[in-house]
Design a protein around this ligand. Structure first.
Ligand SMILES: [Zn+2]
Length: 253
């Protein structure tokens, strides 16, 4: 059984057949649990209303398919501490299990700190988008160095570094000495060397499997793992056990 810790199920939750189709596709690859975030539109600097809509989309998916789907509460730190924490608790009460931060605010900025402090209190992970773009990042887009700074400030926080930082060689190096940072392999085309380097530099207990589906295909993302020769135990950690532990997921009955 595989757990996808980073995906975006954009199907309208009211269209049950569409969601079922996505889950059936994931099931063909033995991806049995998907932790999804954000709604139908990816909005760079969402308003309170847009944040709520995005989270309502996720909550409807979690409610309708709790046996397969878990959810992140998406927050925009620039909306302020109280607005973020209120929305976080609304979403946690309704079934979300973690926090998603995207590109509204670089993750080493003070606006992010109250969110991280609450996540530590609650023992829930934060999935933070990171990338390094050759053409230049968006103004508030986090890089792996932002992630490393946040991790050093809050060594108790459980931080998922999305996409291994995009430029994964750089990303893996940046967080090598931050044991509370867990890179996910989602996004980007499969390239040889990514998982090999992550296994060598970080060890199998710090790597998470994610797909960024439905923006990416399940097949292309799983290829990043399937193409790598590794012990069965390491594979199980990456595809399943690490996610179970980090997200406190319930063991299936
Ligand atoms: Zn994503």
């Amino acid at each position: 059984m595989i757990i996808d810790v980073h995906c975006h199920i954009m199907d309208d939750p009211a269209d049950r057949a569409a969601v079922d189709r996505t889950l059936e596709l994931a099931g063909r690859f033995d991806i049995q649990r998907l932790i999804t975030s954000m709604g139908k539109d990816l909005i760079v600097a969402p308003s309170p209303e847009q944040i709520r809509q995005a989270n309502d989309h996720v909550l409807a998916l979690v409610k309708g398919w709790s046996d397969r789907i878990s959810g992140y509460c998406y927050l925009n730190p620039r909306l302020g501490r109280d607005a973020c924490l209120d929305e976080l608790h609304r979403c946690l009460d309704a079934g979300c299990i973690a926090i998603k931060l995207w590109v509204a605010c670089a993750c080493d900025q003070p606006e992010v700190f109250p969110i991280v402090e609450r996540a530590i209190d609650l023992d829930i992970p934060i999935l933070q988008h990171t990338w390094v773009k050759t053409g230049g990042n968006m103004p508030d887009e986090s890089t792996p160095l932002h992630m490393a700074r946040l991790a050093q400030r809050y060594p108790q926080a459980k931080l998922v570094m999305a996409h291994c930082g995009g430029a994964w060689e750089y990303g893996i190096k940046a967080v090598r000495n931050c044991p509370n940072v867990y890179p996910d392999v989602s996004g980007g085309n499969p390239t040889q060397g990514l998982l090999e380097m992550a296994l060598r530099d970080l060890g199998p207990k710090r790597i998470l499997f994610g797909t960024d589906a439905t923006l990416r295909s399940f097949a292309s993302q799983l290829a990043k793992v399937d193409a790598v020769k590794m012990p069965a135990r390491a594979r199980r950690l990456v595809l399943h056990d690490n996610a179970m532990r980090l997200f406190n997921l319930p063991k299936p009955a």
